[in-house]
Design a protein around this ligand. Sequence first.
Ligand code: DOR
Ligand code: ZN
Length: 343
Amino acid sequence: MKTLTITKPDDWHVHVRGGAILKAVLPHTARQFARAIIMPNLKPPVATVAQALAYRQEILAALPVGMGFTPLMTLYLTAATTLEEIRKAAECEHIHAFKLYPAGATTNSDLGVADIKTVYPLFAALERYDMPLLVHGEVTDEQCDIFDREKAFVDTHLSAIVANFPALRVVVEHATTTEAVQFVESASANVAATITPQHLLFNRNALLAGGIRPHYYCLPIIKREQHRLALVAVATSGNPKFFLGTDSAPHLTSLKETACGCAGCFSAHAALELYAEAFERAGALDRLEGFASLYGADFYRLSRNTGTVTLAKMAWRVPLAYGDEEVSITPLQAGEQLGWKML
Ligand code: DOR
Ligand code: ZN
């Protein structure tokens, strides 16, 4: 049987939620990844060090016994974030970044930042403390076509942020367009990007052609084929500025399969398998380890993991749902056959 063994990977962008959903989804992430950057868009948002430490405890308590996993916490940047909170976060070993959501850009982002210029003093503090800024890079202008919102953000905001704060480490989260890729490629080594499995594997036909498929709906929305090709090219290029971030974002099936469904693809059940599929199709399985296990740790200035995981070329069918009667979550590729399986 064909197998692939790589250094144990990390997920540099994941939503694990809280309560019953946390308990249902966390074992999937903890089985595949040594560490993960935990998104702070809970209700209410994780906006202070105290909240992040309490959330960290909730995550650790939800881990199955004997499963090793390190949650890397982030704070939600709001117009009310103080310089004092940034100082505290910088001193806390468990906090690794701040997340910028433009207000209204996505799930639980209503407390995000409405006018990005007004938080420039906070960016200056992040730069001073060498604390990474993770960016949801989409404009929220209702006049802007949803497929153009990332490009518009790069042009209007990202270029200005990077130009004004050259020493600030910035991660363009879930890059989805040629324009975002080109921006990151041409920026300094302080600017990196994560890429999701769905944006590597699918274009917008998967969401809209032959019927509307809510489990392929996420934000930023999946784009045209030309953008997918640019993402695959850069993810498999060995460029260390691009690394794995699943953006696995579980919602109850009932909240996705409805007249106005939530944004987010749940991919934690098969994250590595999905990336392996994309890398194999590109003839670049040998580049998966750097993308999944090495470059993100280097960017965050954390040690690389020492363990390994092994994937086998082995067909299996993704279940139609995970969880139980109370918490039912439809995974990406539900009911479909995948070609790789993590052993
Ligand atoms: O599709 C998404 N879902 N995009 C985001 O930015 C947030 C996420 C969520 O929290 O559900
Ligand atoms: Zn996300």
